[in-house]
Design a protein around this ligand. Structure first.
Ligand SMILES: Cc1cc2nc3c(=O)[nH]c(=O)nc-3n(C[C@H](O)[C@H](O)[C@H](O)COP(=O)(O)OP(=O)(O)OC[C@H]3O[C@@H](n4cnc5c(N)ncnc54)[C@H](O)[C@@H]3O)c2cc1C
Length: 424
């Protein structure tokens, strides 16, 4: 049987950072993954460019994680975006900050980040054990890890960094939830986050591939309208995607249990109804015999014109001077409150993150250690943490990984010191 001081289960960003930090403090650190390479999901992030953090202040990070964000304050206090960037800069990576503070490595490849982590693992002397699929964990004096191929590993400290259940083809199949549950941890209900949304309306097919930039939306949750910020969205053959849809998908997904969710898209967020009414009335008067479909294509994307006219009931051949004030109001309603009915989300296999997971109440936020099983630690997406897009999820994985690795290794050193002083 192999024995280690610290064993990290899962070689995603959280597990790699945890193993590197632990190995800087103590020897005999192992990093296990079922895949034949490390960081498989990380390579896909940011469309292959890896949006690894954000230039926003810590308060914005906390907000991005919703009501559970406060749990991360300690970890961010210990290892935040500037520490993460320094970690990679020391390994030769340079960065660029793009719109909305999103930080990417120069050169446009997540491979740059992965290579720096691999260098870090080898430099710190971490024993990377690939093709090591963990079946179960047994509590005894140490923690015993049984692999599916029959091998057994014993470790003084064990860090579970097995990720969530989204994109299971990358190795993150939700095993972390099962293993934590078997060890007595509460698992908050999980679901797909940062996931495209399916709509009832069949007309989305005709709009497939169309991006609406600078639009806002509102959607009905428990009888109250929630507003999104101005952003972009994309029509797909099944519904909608793009940052605006993805960032609100968790709230919508949680609401879907109670039935379909009504959404309204505001294609003119900078103009109110009254202004739009005056503008359209003047334009219709000036344009006389021109067809209405030509005029409204100055206000909304050409591909939306047919759908909007269809919903309004105004015949396409209508001339501008024929438009009644009631028809004008109907058009304004469609520009400002274009209706969609969200009927579902795409499956876990298309979700970027998993919401829910190991209950934060049972984890010490200062160390990431389990309050139930001494010597057991958690980091990354296996925890009940999921943020909007923008680099927040990877930063949380790195920050919690750093703290878990440091705490586990330091506590070993502390244990040894106290044993030595008892022996004296
Ligand atoms: C397409 C896509 C794009 C994304 N883009 C971004 C982005 O640009 N910015 C951002 O911040 N976030 C992004 N994310 C989210 C981000 O990738 C995750 O939040 C992050 O990878 C979580 O890190 P982790 O280390 O906790 O888990 P993971 O990266 O999921 O790693 C977990 C590891 O554990 C291993 N494992 C699981 N079970 C076992 C087992 N039983 N035995 C052995 N090994 C096991 C898996 O093989 C896996 O390698 C994206 C996600 C996806 C899917």
């Amino acid at each position: 049987m192999h024995s280690f001081n610290v064993c990290v289960l899962g070689a995603g960003p959280a597990g790699m950072m945890a193993a590197i930090r632990a190995a800087e403090i103590t020897g005999s650190v192992a990093l296990l993954d079922r895949n034949d390479s490390v960081g498989r999901k990380m390579l896909l992030t940011g469309n292959g460019r890896c949006n690894l953090t954000n230039s926003a202040p810590v308060d914005d990070f906390v907000l991005a994680f919703g009501s559970n964000g406060r749990f991360l304050r300690n970890a961010f206090g210990r290892f935040f975006s500037e520490d993460l960037l320094s970690f990679f800069q020391e390994r030769g990576v340079t960065f660029r900050t793009e719109r909305h503070g999103r930080v990417f490595p120069d050169g446009g490849s997540s491979g740059t980040i992965l290579q720096a982590l691999k260098d870090g693992l080898s430099h710190a002397g971490v024993e990377v054990m690939l093709n090591s699929d963990v079946r179960d964990i047994i509590r005894s004096d140490a923690l015993l890890i049984n692999l599916r191929d029959g091998r057994q590993i014993s470790s003084m400290k064990l860090l579970i960094a097995a990720g969530g259940a989204s994109y299971p083809q990358t190795g993150s199949t939700g095993d972390g939830f099962r293993l934590a549950g078997d060890l007595g941890h509460t698992i908050e209900p999980v679901g797909p986050g940062l996931v495209p949304l399916e709509t009832r309306e069949g007309f989305v097919k005709a709009l497939m591939g169309l991006t609406l930039t600078s639009v806002a939306a509102r959607y009905l949750v428990a009888g109250k309208w929630r507003k999104t910020a101005v952003g972009s969205m994309l029509f797909t053959h099944f519904g909608i995607s793009g940052p605006m849809a993805l960032d609100h998908s968790e709230t919508i997904a949680r609401q879907l249990g109670a039935g379909p969710v009504s959404m309204q898209i505001d294609m003119k967020p900078d103009t109110d109804r009254a202004e739009l009414d005056v503008k359209l009335r003047n334009e219709f008067q000036r344009s006389g015999a021109s067809l209405i479909k030509n005029l409204i294509s100055h206000h909304i994307p050409r591909r939306m014109v047919e759908v909007v006219l269809g919903l309004s009931g105004i015949p396409e051949g209508t001339q501008c001077h024929q438009v009644t004030s009631e028809q004008r109001r109907t058009l304004i309603t469609l520009f400002k409150s274009f209706p969609l009915t969200i009927s579902g989300t795409r499956p876990m296999s298309e979700a970027m993150v998993t919401w829910g997971g190991v209950s934060l109440k049972e984890i010490d936020p200062r160390t990431m250690e389990s309050r139930k099983v001494p010597g057991l630690y958690f980091c990354g997406e296996v925890l009940d943490l999921a943020a909007t897009s923008g680099g927040y999820n990877l930063q949380a994985a790195f920050s919690t990984g750093y703290v878990a690795g440091e705490s586990a290794a330091s506590s070993l050193v502390d244990d040894r010191c106290s044993q030595e002083s008892v022996g004296e």
